[in-house]
Design a binder for this molecule. Sequence first.
Ligand SMILES: [Zn+2]
Length: 296
Amino acid sequence: MPQGICRLCKKNSDLKLSHFIPKFVGKWVKDTSATGYIRFNQSINKRAQDIVKEYWLCECCEQLFSSWEREFANRIFYPFMNEGKSEARYGAWLPKFCASLSWRTLTYVRSQNSVRSEEVSHALDTAESALASYLLGDSNTLGKYEQHLYPLEGMTETSVRGAPPNLNRYFLRTMQMDLLESDSASIIYTKLPGFMLLGLTGHKESNRMRSGRVAMGEGRISPRTYWWPTGFAEYMFDKVRAIETVYSSMDKTQKDKITKAVLDNPERFKASRTFKAFQHDLAMFGNSAFSKTNED
Ligand SMILES: [Zn+2]
């Protein structure tokens, strides 16, 4: 096991192989897919067995994260995704879980790309330490680093213009991490199947967005009117289109592998959540849904 500095608590220790998107989420996507594989946009011509992971955390911090993950998986993720529930009560574990996801996305994205200016970089350093001190229990509030969690359901109609015809598949199936950099306030973006998390770093519309804000103590998730920040829908639609473009560029061997997997096991395909999500797109967008592919 490699030794190093734990990214969260900064202690020198044995480091564990940590998943950025929680492992149970990657497993759920694989288990409910049409073919049993997942792919990443960065390496579309390879099937993957697992989601991205790095030696990032010490044993202690890894344990801390997994206790909140377990609560989220059992009380929210599985009931919503497998049983069609749309309401849940939560405790202090939810803001912790959300902050841990945002922290992971932030540290991962920054390890892959350099940000565009000194100013943004400095603001993100501050965000990273604020999240870390909340996660480690050194502070019991997040201040302006609010976590906004949006449950996403399969839609059959939309009032949002310009929605791409693979939108439901994106909502229900895609995992993604990104950083929307801005000089005034960046947004840390983590996409899970059925959920979207925005980690704010101070945002002028945070008051208008309050229906999505995760409370620091107990609270309730339920169907309600959620507000996205201005420009966010367009940003997200671009992401959705980009995925489709990447899939269209997949080479023929890989496309044939998918077709073969479906033909070899049509029952699995019909029962899969990949197919269900596609049916939502078909209902909402008609035949144009056919030309778009998001995943195996
Ligand atoms: Zn640690």
